[in-house]
Design a binder for this molecule. Structure first.
Ligand SMILES: C[S@@+](CC[C@H](N)C(=O)[O-])C[C@H]1O[C@@H](n2cnc3c(N)ncnc32)[C@H](O)[C@@H]1O
Length: 210
């Protein structure tokens, strides 16, 4: 928890309480349904919680922003960001039901009322628009862009254009060569820990298609 306060010192009591509870909730649920590896559970705040929050160093979501987390798995990056931005709406989607069972239990345990979950492939969700689509470790960019086509909202409310905010690692030059508007933000610019040395937030603006 100190790690979170190191980079986000202005949290409310309620946010501190929710972030603190994540450890026990994931330890407990991970014993029943394994969604996070053993090593990662021991380093939950470094490898999952703070990593998810790197997106908040690139953008501060305004109240009322609608965000979809595609392939959320155990709830990353969606759950930590939903704690940080309680006035934004988060839709967490995963095609594997047992992963969402853990997410639903964590969301209920924290009384996070700004989170909705859906057990589905994202390609099958076509009834809403989102300002931003966030993700980590789900698909290469071309596949991902194809999946989320038609899901981006028209109205722009942030300096950063509506689109994708993806947590990625390593050399992205080949993967992003066809996306000239993609901007890469190295997480090492925000966080000191060696874990983030090769990690990035990628922002890719996506046009509204009504
Ligand atoms: C490697 S896990 C990453 C989970 C989480 N984002 C994280 O970083 O901890 C990839 C997740 O994407 C989900 N997934 C893959 N393709 C998907 C699709 N087309 N629609 C929804 N979820 C998908 C999988 O079920 C899996 O839970």
């Amino acid at each position: 928890m100190d790690l979170i306060l190191k980079y986000f010192p202005n949290l409310t009591e309620d946010q501190i309480d929710k972030f603190s509870k994540l450890s026990a909730l994931y330890q407990d649920w991970n014993l029943k349904i394994n969604v996070v590896s053993r090593k990662d559970i021991d380093e939950l705040y470094l490898r999952h919680v703070l990593h998810s929050l790197a997106i908040a160093k690139v953008i501060s979501f305004k109240d009322g922003t609608k965000i979809m987390d595609v392939g959320t798995g155990g709830g990353f990056p969606g759950v930590p960001l939903a704690i940080l931005f309680p006035e934004c709406h988060f839709h967490l989607v995963d095609s594997i039901g047992k992963k969402l069972k853990v997410v639903n239990e964590v969301v209920a345990g924290l009384k996070l009322d700004n989170v909705e979950t859906t057990n589905s492939r994202v390609e099958e969700i076509n009834d809403d628009y989102y300002d931003f689509i966030i993700s980590r470790a789900v698909a290469a960019m071309p596949t991902f862009v194809h999946w989320i086509k038609g899901k981006i909202a028209k109205d722009q409310n942030h300096d950063l254009k509506n689109g994708i905010l993806y947590l990625k690692g390593g050399d992205l030059s080949a993967e992003l060569q066809d996306y000239k508007t993609a901007k890469i933000y190295p997480i090492s610019a925000f966080f000191d820990e060696a874990f983030y040395d090769t990690k990035k937030v990628v922002h890719l603006p996506i046009k509204y298609r009504g």
